[in-house]
Structure formats: C-alpha cells, structure tokens
Ligand binder design. Sequence first.
Ligand code: AMP
Ligand code: GLY
Length: 420
Amino acid sequence: MIVGIIGSGGREHSICYKIKSSKKVNKIYCFPGNAGTSEIAENIDIGDEDFKKIKDFCLKKKIDLLIIGPEKPLVKGIVDYFSDTNINVFGPNKVASQLEGSKIFTKKLCEENDIPTAKFKILTKLEETKIFLENSKFPLVIKADGLASGKGVYICKKFSEAIKASEEIFGGKFGTADSILIEEFLEGEEMSYFIVSDGNEFKFFGTAQDHKRVGEGDSGKNTGGMGCYSPSRLFNKELDKKIISKIIKPTLNAINKIGSNYLGFLYVGLMIKNNEPYLVEFNVRMGDPECQTLLPLLNTDLLEIIMSCCLKKLKNQKIEFIKKKSICVVLCSNGYPDKYVKNIKIDNLRHIVTKKNENIFHAGTKKENGDIYAIGGRVLNFVSTSNNLKETRNNIFNLIKKLNWKNGFYRKDIGYKVID
Ligand code: AMP
Ligand code: GLY
C-alpha cells in the first residue's frame, strides 16, 4: 500500500513510525512532515490546508490511504474534499469535526443528549455578557467558539479577568466572534480517553494524562503539551463503563441523528470527580503528545486498525496494547510558549542510540544538508516504556542528557502524581 500522512508534529512522526512497521506498506509520503519522518518516509512540501495540491499529488502517486493528523484540515473538510476519489481517508468528515471545531456545537449536543458536562451559557453581545458576568459566581471559564490552538480558553477567578477575556474574544483575538461560551468551573482531575471508530462501531484506544502547563507542578502558561504518561492513574472499569454509556454512545448516536457518522480517532477530554466523568472537550484526532505516548504500547498493526475503520470492519478487528507504562517528555526551545529562536542546530541527535523500548519522535525539526535544526517550540519527544514509571522517566532523562542540547528545556516532573 501507498500511504499519505498529513501533519508535521510528534504525533505524525509516531503514526509514520508505526505505519512503517506494517508489512503491507510499500511507501509513505508526509505532507509536509519533519526531520524525523524524512528518515522513514518521503516528505512532500505541501501544507496541510492546500487540499487541491494534496489531492492532485495523491491521485498522481496512487496513494491508497490518507491519514489526517491535525484538526485544522479535518475541521475545514478535507475528508469531504476527497469524497469523489477512491482514496481511503482516515478522519472524521466536516459535520462530525464540529465536535472540535465548534465548542458551542458540542455544548448544545451535550444539552440535547444529557451528556454530563459543565453548565454553560452562550452569549452573542459584549454588553449582555457583562450583565451576565455581574450576576455570576467565580471562578468560571470563558471560551472562544472556534479552533484557537488551545489558546481561546480563560479560567477566570474574578470579574475583572472575565471582562478582559470577553473583550478579547469579541474584539476578534481568535477570529470574528459571533458568540462566546461561559462555563461553570469543574473541579476534579483531567484524563484523556481515546476511541477509534468506523462510523458504526467504536473501540477503546487507551488513556493518558497530559501536562499542559509549561512549569513544574503544572504551573505557568498553557502549551501544546509538555509531556504525558499512560495509562491514566484515574482509569478503572467502572469509570470506563460510565464514559461509554454517558458520553461516547450518546455522542456517536447524536452524530448519526444529524445524518452523519464519525470515522477516525476521537479524543475525549474529561474531568473526573468522585469517579464520575464530565466532558471538557472533544478533539477529532489523536492527542499530541498522547499519541506518541500510546502508540509504542500498541501491539496490533496500526495500518490494519486504520484500514478496518475505512472499510467499516472495525467490529472484528483486534486492538491490543502491551500491559506496560509509557512516558513522553517534550523537549522545547528555550522561551516556549512565548518567543523562541528558530533554526538552531541539534548536534548530537545522530549519536544517540535508542533501545527497543525507547523512541525519539521529532516535532518542530527540519533537515538541511544532513543536519537537523529546531524550527518549532516543541522540538523532540522522548518516549520510554517499562513496567515502572520512575525507571521509564529516568531512561528518558539519560537520553536527554546525552543529547546535551543547550537551547532547550523540559519538565522534570512529568507523571509526578504517580511517581514518588
Ligand atoms: P479546552 O480547550 O476546552 O479543553 O480547555 C483547555 C483546558 O482548560 C482544559 O484542558 C482544562 O484544563 C481547562 N478547562 C476547560 N474547561 C473547563 C471547565 N469547565 N472547568 C475547569 N477547567 C476547564
Ligand atoms: N495534548 C493536548 C492536545 O493534543 O490537544
């Protein structure tokens, strides 16, 4: 088979690495990929939103399967754009992608289907928002409706912060805003839960716990994700049953009711309180760095799983994960998530030898004349699996020390709630 993968992050490198290990794969193209994918696939310099160029290329090269990594092309409708071809496209269509593309769409869907989530209010004018806030209790959460790369969410402890957030959102900081979402603040601990679906059936695809804040002890600014461990410490059978019956099934049924279906990975962002799940958000893709953390534990051919979804045969497809633990630590450019310097050479990468249970996935890197340069905020993902999370994390620290890259930093406390 000839496979195309859209995206350029650590998530896509880990998908590329797993797909490469399938005996059925002859060739992989990445649009546009990174230095890591260029070692195992052919990078094609076409951006993830240039649908026409991607389609023309796929037809010309007779690509059989196109896997979509990030949310933007999904929300913009790349799956629908390929519907007049015979190419198998893995990811949800435009209607189903609203689960991530519009927080208001998802909140209304939750309300109509009794899905547990924070109480909310949708407002369309700044003046009425101010009046609503004057009569609200704090803390509360204010969100811009559309995609904002994780930045359109404000946790407001007091009235003045909420006013500032509303002004920024209505002022167009995250694109034209016709409405704003105000949510009750949920107490509890977060967990990322994943399924894969073929439009009819769905199957469990693991859990993880992400560390989104830049600083140790989960402090400081929000980032794309500084690291992650799997499985989540919160996960248990009873909770799993509740997540499936109260959140997953009603959501997939609701998507069917509006005349669509959900094909692809679904990332369910949850708040867990007293072993009860509350939906915080859906993402219509794998998480990053959750994907890099989970895939090394997957013991089934990823290509087989993805193709069984495209062919609507997921029901009879096995999905097995090895019963080990995994940690991913993200090495970032100094300054991230604010300003950082680009195009810094990473010298020692080639000299680092990874063991079977270790992976270094690339995120913001590029290769030029045989050298590797950091071009993004999140640069490399160090992943290790074992029976013991502390040992796993120490393995990672040793690898990062060997790299000895002066321009980067990483959190040394990933998984601190489960590691002494
Ligand atoms: P979202 O992009 O909706 O996932 O929000 C980003 C982050 O904000 C989440 O991962 C949570 O940490 C936090 N968050 C969002 N909504 C709520 C809420 N209603 N209560 C508490 N925390 C929230
Ligand atoms: N790790 C968070 C995300 O992928 O959105």
